[in-house]
Design a protein around this ligand. Structure first.
Ligand code: BJW
Length: 248
């Protein structure tokens, strides 16, 4: 097991007293469930592709079958994964903190499956499919050999209901995330590289509005120097230890 930073007593006291706690998660929280992070090298068939190049509307326009197949492969990885102690600790935190908001950049539903109830999904959900032309979510479509399949209403290609680079985030979720960052007394940034905006701006916004900010990540990120506390270690170890220390 990797080394983890001891939890400062001051942070334990601050969390215990806090009325409003907000958490932002990224791919790192699902790493211990066996879901590769976004910027981790890909394996197998997909090793030669760069996720940053595939997760764009341009890639889908140029190579719709390739992008559809990549998401189909990732959907099977996610479906086989189970929530880990980091996900469960956040579900427990939701039950303990008086006002708690969980914001995730992940598309894997593992927070819901761990029992978190109110999750703001900033980048969509890989389990959903939508029309690439009109944007409405589609539940079923005629089975053919064609990939991507076609929208049963307008005949355009179907695509995963996720947010690609250059696309707008769902406005309701983003507005609620900004409000929760502004209102937070403690803001945790867990398992995110802090490279992708607007999500990466949320911990900074919280800090500007007076929150104690905490990064939980085995590695330093561009956000680290701005944080009140950095707890180095895997989320699946640090988060359960934090919950046990604050709410024994
Ligand atoms: C562990 C661990 C363990 C490992 N425990 N930790 C401002 C400045 C600069 C650029 C921009 C800006 N504003 C907007 C932009 C452009 C762009 C952007 O941010 N580009 C940057 C790359 C420079 N942003 C956008 O385009 C966004 N859209 C937008 O702003 O639209 C404006 C608009 C308005 C109105 C109309 C039209 C447009 C959209 C961003 C969408 C991001 N989508 C993706 C793909 C989702 C679908 C999919 O999964 O395929 O979201 S990209 C990818 O990155 C994915 C992730 O959610 C996101 C963040 O990655 P994350 O979660 O941080 O993962 P990693 O892999 O990067 O990091 C993992 C971390 O875990 C590491 O730090 C590890 O150390 C750590 N870790 N094990 C804890 N056990």
């Amino acid at each position: 097991m990797s080394e983890t930073t001891p939890i400062p007593a001051e942070l334990i006291a601050r969390l215990r007293q806090a009325q409003r706690v907000t958490v932002l998660t990224g791919a790192g929280i699902s790493a211990e469930s066996g879901v590769p992070t976004f910027r981790q090298a890909q394996t197998g068939l997909w090793a030669r592709y760069d996720p940053q190049q595939l997760a764009t509307p341009q890639a889908f326009r140029r190579q719709p079958q390739l992008v559809w197949d990549w998401y189909a492969w990732r959907r099977t990885l996610v479906a086989a994964a189970e929530p880990n102690p980091g996900h469960f600790a956040l579900a427990e935190m939701e039950r303990r903190a008086p006002h708690f908001t969980l914001i995730t950049q992940n598309v894997d539903s593992l927070h819901h499956r761990a029992g978190s109830r109110a999750v703001l999904e900033l980048h969509g959900n890989i389990a959903r499919t939508k029309c690439s032309r009109e944007g409405q979510v589609v539940e079923t479509w005629p089975e053919t050999d064609e990939r991507p399949p076609r929208c049963p209403h307008c005949g355009a290609f179907l695509r995963p209901d996720v947010v690609w680079f250059g696309e707008a985030l769902p406005a309701d979720a983003l507005d609620a995330a900004i409000a929760a960052a502004r209102a937070a007394e403690v803001f945790l940034s867990v398992g995110t590289s802090g490279l992708v905006h607007p999500a990466a701006g949320l911990p900074l916004l919280a800090g500007e509005h007076g929150a104690s900010t905490v990064e939980i990540n085995p590695e330093a990120t561009p956000l680290s120097d701005e944080m009140t506390y950095c707890l180095r270690g895997p989320a699946g170890v640090v988060l359960p230890a934090l919950v046990a220390a604050v709410w024994p």
